[in-house]
Design a protein around this ligand. Structure first.
Ligand code: SF4
Length: 688
């Protein structure tokens, strides 16, 4: 049987894979696609074992109303009726969608169009809010649009790569392989900035185990050093960057080597080593991920990195860029269509001219007037009874949102909860009044966009399981049942993609960088055969930024007060991923081989801390935060700083009674992006 060319279901690297289904239709042989630009045939362990996660065991195979199987017609009519009634009685903002970076761009487009253009509310947010919304907010502040001015080619061309808040070797392994290949070929220098000494540090020239949350102090210190050493690119700034009054002066005090080292709790010699590497290598890529984004000051941390690159002109040139790496396979596609409550569509915000443009294009009756509720606020609104009907698609917020216990209480109290998923029983679907069976990876057809803006086709190579249907089809049917038949007459993902491409170019005339109008009339044949391609070109050297004067912005940011640990909460809790698991393990948990890497959730703790708290390696410990507590097995690790703990995010109440990190995270968010601060919670630990 011929292999189908598609993309991996997991992370934002967006690797191409060749999938050959087995005769039983419930497994497949998977190899890397040698022709895909993201991976050139490489795969990590998760991608390699994708074929073991296709079993129908545990799948949701029929629609259900109130726990009983029902026909699609009856179920669609029921969902449409309940949403209509709620809107009629309480208004459009009384309903919400909570969607996912696992959706394909076409699914996302239809969901966004229904909520923002027809229901007339912007209460559609995505689990990407938890992943990279601080990067989006930082990009919009600096560039006027959510632009990622980098590509993987920059990693090949860079002389210095700085990884900030990213365990790349585990979380984006194929990028890490690419960095290692560039390093072997060209001697690229590698710096890792991370409180933990992770696997990514093994090959680094320099690891800065900074105090958690002190990234702004370090980046501002590096920028102040660049000022002192004449590394500021005045010519680039004159042409391309707006500098607010007082920006340079704000860096003149308290940013000397000793102050920075003290703020970041780093040896001055290590800080100086970073400064020297930066001075010696103008081709610098600073790649950042959740350690930067998942903070209550994530947006400021992003802008500190963007400031550094804009001020030194290390942007828009081969090998020189700030580079936000996304967690999910299609976080970027969601950003393109407006899957976040804070963007309207096609990278436009809610400015009056954008609202009227999108409304004209959609011929919509009721365009959303303002940004909607962001993820944490959305579930808070459900708990407070302000949102009375919610449709959750392809995500598991009862586990993954911070303060997950409160999320569960909110869902339990919500009058109408709809869950679309591949999996029959998740922690979230336990609260569903209606379950809608969605097609899964291997059965779905559409496009995804990876971290470097490459749009790739995700192709079906298996028949749909049971009565499962594509998400776009389910949303379309509900929209039509609500009365909007013509606007939701899509027959295929290609139909939706063409409309998405037309919207991106509609009355754009160079105002926005996001423009895929070249595909506005793409034929079904060409859509099916589409090769991976990057929108926006390779670099942003000569174009305008999407601001009124065409210039990027330096954004003044200062280090937040970090304070001392409290007596009752003497430790700091960090969270993250394991190499072979993905999110809440609904898919990776199906592969026995992936489960061998880490068989249970561990709390990693430094040896002297373990001794001080009466813990031994392999014993059990209760980890508590002001939000909640859970049990983990102790792993004494010399990669931890003193006073800090690390736990993984993957385990839920379904797989284990312990290791439930969702109940530990606080529902505190960044003021600009609304992204929850999963890192750096005050904590304590005791033997269990
Ligand atoms: Fe899949 Fe990411 Fe691994 Fe590539 S690096 S194979 S996209 S999980």
């Amino acid at each position: 049987m011929n292999a189908t060319r598609t993309t991996c279901a997991y992370c934002g690297v967006g690797c191409g894979v060749l999938a050959t289904p087995a005769a039983d239709g419930q497994s497949a042989a998977i190899v890397g696609d040698p022709e895909h630009p993201a991976n050139a045939g490489r795969l990590c362990s998760k991608g390699t074992h994708l074929g073991e996660t296709l079993s129908h065991e545990g799948r949701l195979l029929q629609p259900e109303i109130g726990g009983k199987q029902a026909s699609w017609d009856k179920t669609i009519a029921h969902v449409a009726r309940q949403f209509r009634r709620t809107i009629e009685q309480y208004g459009p903002d009384s309903v919400a969608f909570y969607v996912s970076g696992q959706l394909l761009t076409e699914d996302y487009y239809v969901a966004n169009k229904l909520m923002k253009g027809f229901i007339g509310s912007a209460n559609i947010d995505t689990n990407s809010r938890l992943c990279m919304s601080s990067a989006v907010a930082g990009h919009m502040r600096a560039f006027g649009e959510d632009i990622v001015p980098a590509s993987y080619n920059d990693l090949d061309a860079a002389d210095l790569i700085i990884l900030v808040g990213s365990n790349t070797a585990w979380c984006h392994p194929v990028i890490y392989q690419r960095i290692m290949a560039a390093r072997a070929a060209r001697g690229t220098k590698l710096v890792v900035i991370d409180p933990r000494r992770t696997e990514t540090c093994a090959d680094a020239d320099l690891h800065l185990a900074l105090r958690p949350g002190s990234d702004v102090a370090l980046m501002n210190g590096l920028l102040a050093f660049a000022m002192r050493e004449g590394l500021i690119d005045r010519d680039y700034i004159d042409r391309r960057v707006f500098v607010p009054d007082g920006f340079w002066e704000s860096l003149e005090h308290d940013h000397d080597l000793w102050s920075v080292a003290r703020s970041c709790d780093l040896p001055p010699a290590d800080v100086q080593a970073l400064f020297d590497l930066f001075a010696a290598h103008p081709r610098t890529v600073t790649m950042f991920s959740q350690g930067i984004n998942q903070s209550i000051r994530g947006t400021d941390q992003v802008n500190a990195i963007l400031n550094l690159h804009l001020a030194t002109g290390r942007i828009g040139k081969p090998g020189a860029a700030p580079f936000s790496i996304t967690g999910q396979p299609n976080a970027m596609g969601g950003r393109e269509v407006g899957g976040l409550a804070t963007t309207l569509a096609s990278h436009m915000d809610f400015a009056p001219e954008n609202r009227s443009l999108v409304r004209r294009f959609w011929a919509s009756p009721n365009i959303a007037a303002k940004p909607g509720l962001k993820a944490v606020d959305l579930f808070r609104a459900i708990g407070e009874g302000r949102v009375k009907a919610v449709w959750i698609m392809a995500t598991n917020p009862a586990v993954s949102l911070p303060d997950a216990g409160t999320v569960r209480e909110a869902l339990a109290a919500c009058p109408f909860v709809v869950v679309s998923d591949c999996i029959a029983n998740t922690d979230t679907s336990a609260y569903a009044h209606v379950k809608l069976p969605a097609t899964g990876w291997g059965e779905k057809d559409g496009t995804v966009t990876n971290s470097e803006r490459v749009i790739s086709r995700q192709r079906a190579f298996l028949p749909a399981a049971g009565e499962a249907r594509p998400d776009w089809w389910i949303i379309k049917q509900v929209a039509r049942a609500m009365g909007w038949r013509e606007a939701f007459s899509f027959d295929s993902p290609a139909d939706i993609y063409r409309e998405h491409a037309r919207l991106s170019t509609y009355q754009n005339a160079g105002k926005r960088v996001f423009d895929i109008g070249c595909h506005a009339a793409i034929s079904n044949l060409a859509y099916n055969a589409m090769q991976p391609w990057r929108w926006g070109g390779d670099a942003f050297a000569d174009g305008r930024f999407s601001t009124p004067d065409g210039k990027a912005r330096l954004v003044p940011v200062s280090q937040m007060e970090l304070g001392k640990p409290l007596k009752a909460w003497p430790l700091t809790l960090n969270t993250g991923r394991y190499r072979d698991q993905w999110h809440t393990m609904t898919r990776t948990g199906l592969s026995a081989r992936l489960g061998q890497h880490r068989q249970e959730p561990l709390v990693e703790i430094q040896a002297e801390d373990a001794l001080a708290h009466g813990l031994s390696d392999g014993g059990l410990a209760l980890v508590a935060t002001p939000q909640g507590s859970s049990v983990y097995r102790v792993s004494i690790s010399d990669g931890q700083r003193r006073g800090e703990l690390f736990v993984p995010i993957h385990w839920t109440g379904q797989q284990s009674s312990g290791g439930r990190t969702g109940v530990l995270a606080r529902a505190l968010t960044d003021p600009h992006s609304g992204q929850p601060g999963f890192k750096n919670a005050p904590a304590r630990i005791s033997p269990f």
